[in-house]
Design a protein around this ligand. Structure first.
Ligand code: DHK
Length: 147
């Protein structure tokens, strides 16, 4: 039976492809989802793909992942830099967590240099564009022993 991995996206990522393409690129979130599903199928992983602009909804998915997911890939977007609540929820999840940022947050404003999620993440990928999701998937699949 294939293992389930949640891919959770935070605020404004619904605008991917339209929002500041010079920073975030021209691919849409639907493109990212399709690529994750294709790579997931090849790696023997079932993908549950989510995006929300609401912190409570993201926390709800992390709680749900406790029940049925082997790993989490997460781009918390702006909540990366602000949310102790998301960190606490991730601390209640036992499997691997890989944090993804499309842009290289360390090259940007200083307020983007700190991540609450990194206090929990097993790995962090930043500045690899949307390819970062696929790199994260490869890593989660290895950590959960998928296929
Ligand atoms: C996305 C965002 O929306 C920002 O708030 C983060 C992240 C960076 C990204 O690079 O994917 O600071």
């Amino acid at each position: 039976m294939s293992k389930t991995v949640y891919v959770i996206n935070g605020p404004n990522l619904n605008l991917l492809g339209k929002r500041q393409p010079e920073i975030y690129g021209s691919e849409t979130l639907a493109d990212v989802e399709a690529a994750c599903r294709q790579a997931g199928a090849a790696a023997g992983v079932e993908i549950r793909f989510h995006q929300s602009n609401a912190e409570h909804e993201i926390i709800g998915w992390i709680h749900q992942a406790r029940e049925d997911a082997a790993g989490i890939i997460m781009n918390p977007a702006a909540f990366t830099h602000t949310s102790v609540a998301i960190l606490d929820a991730l601390n209640a999840f036992d499997g691997p967590v890989i944090e993804v940022h499309i842009s290289n947050v360390h090259k940007r404003e200083t307020f983007r240099h700190h991540s609450y999620v990194s206090l929990r993440a097993d790995g962090v990928i930043a500045g690899c564009g949307t390819q970062g999701y696929l790199l994260a998937l490869q890593r989660v699949a290895a950590l959960i022993g998928a296929d």
